[in-house]
Design a protein around this ligand. Sequence first.
Ligand code: WT7
Length: 653
Amino acid sequence: MSETLENLSSETRQFPPPADLAANANVKADAYEEAAADRLAFWAKQAERLAWAKPWDQILDWSNPPFAKWFVGGELNIAYNCVDRHVEAGNGDKVAIHWEGEPGDTRTVTYSDLLKLVSQAANTLTDLGVTAGDRVMIYMPMIPEAAVAMLACARIGATHSVVFGGFSVDALATRIDDADAKVVITADGGYRRGKPSALKPTVDEAVARTGRIEHVLVVRRTGQEVEWTDKDKWWHETVEQASPTHEAQAFDSEHPLFILYTSGTTGKPKGILHTTGGYLTQTSYTHHAVFDLKADTDVYWCTADIGWVTGHSYIVYGPLSNGATQVMYEGTPDTPDRGRFWQIVDKYKVSILYTAPTLIRTMMKWGDDIPAKYDLSSLRVLGSVGEPINPEAWIWYREHVGRERTPIVDTWWQTETGAIMISPLPGVTAAKPGSAMTALPGIGADVIDDQAQSVPNGGGGFLVLTEPWPSMLRTIWGDDQRFIDTYWSRFDGYYFAGDGAKKDADGALWLLGRVDDVMLVSGHNISTTEVESALVSHPSVAEAAVVGATDPTTGQAIVAFTIPRGNVDTAGDAGEALIKDLRNHVAKTLGPIAKPRQIMLVAELPKTRSGKIMRRLLRDVAENRSLGDVTTLQDSTVMDLISSGLKTAKPED
Ligand code: WT7
């Protein structure tokens, strides 16, 4: 059997759940057995956590793969499930959203408030001619109206497509065209880094360019000057004046809920389509299971933006369907200072925090003394998503944020999967730092080689999902063939996620990054993630990005871009000595095959807006090419910074 990815690192630390959490956990070990015994019955039971207007006739129709139908014939209203039913149960006064604006202004939105706002917005959208099946674009800052807009669309059966508020005119216009949308919901702007940042001009240009949009609904957030066209309507003059009652009508379980565009590495963005019943079942169940949410006592905070799938599934649909109280924050983590996240945790007594490795590594770089200034004793479960979390960052998160008490759930999933697929359960799993551990109950995942054979424990290869799951994407909007080609053609009968992974000696899963990033060094397939983690395990390193660059002798050679921790001296000889030390450190940790040819000390790394490292651009630098497409870069000056710093760096021996 051919191994398709080397397994170089080993990790022996393991952290069992705290005893009280384990004893009172929402989901215990028996869930795995129950789901294994009858997977479909298990998912039907989770679907019953929701309120259905009409029961389903069939749990799963998989007669025409890869086109799945879940809870066939069932009908429900998503907004009713996320809002009305909590009010009907007597929880109208319960806080749904503690909103914190970046300048420090706040709003408290109860479930009754939410019901009123969502009903009003549903009435306004209906007045504007939006009907079930129409597409509505949402281009908003992180304000409660963003969630209200999504829920109002869901309530009337319109399909929303949220575009991240940092994206350009071009990105917005392309998505409006692809989705064939007729309404845009936006705001004048939002606060970023201490200043109002305009959104409306981008919408104006995109709307002018596409010609498809009939109405633009504008929330006044910053009060900044805006241009006005005859398509524009103020939210406060329409929604806030509309009738606060709206009867929610049930929709088919497979009714389209949203399209969310993912850019991927090449080609035009893919409009990932999610539908109603299966999506809400799995987001709701996983939010309950993975975060152990106790709706009466927990304060939950997911730091993602509503423009990413994490914001859809774990700010809007998962938490609200479970009646959670959550924090929503508008701004950046370093405004007014680098303690802002911890100040918010302390202020609202956040008990469950869900964030991304890029933020954890940034906090690590800023220094341990910052979280140390705050009372973080309310925290009881910590989550991570978006990238592999290096063991060192995991340990830092546990020590400096969780104060050695809290379990960490490293959750693997994708825009396409809609909800968490691989993760520890906080009351069950003895988690290993850096591993997403095992597939959740009811989910089938495996690591296979290029012959589609399951690799044994200790082996590496491609991550695949072996069974259909309720919140799976149903297609790529308008392009069924691309859906088949991208995800279902490489391995017969399996969903190919595009990620490399390995199984450790106990069968726990370790995600190794996108297979496009795997390096081929002297005939060995080496994952960038493992070399990056080895670098980050050195006490002087905060963050690292590794790429394979063409090399005349080894095929590809490992080139590392490394950000030193804040207190590390890198001037002159000290820098040279550190580089030498780092190369030896990697060789010692992973073996000589993984020793980087070249290490560059840099101040920043190029990242996408959602915080993923753009290795493609670093490969261009490492191979002395001119840079490829930089339009999705979070900060366009970063590449100049890296390139200018490199003029002085010499390749190592
Ligand atoms: C890709 C999906 C899932 C919501 C946010 C990102 C990577 C995600 C993990 C994790 C290792 C992870 C994968 C995946 N990824 N979570 N816990 N460990 N890698 O959604 O933008 O669709 O990205 O993010 O490479 O395929 P997305």
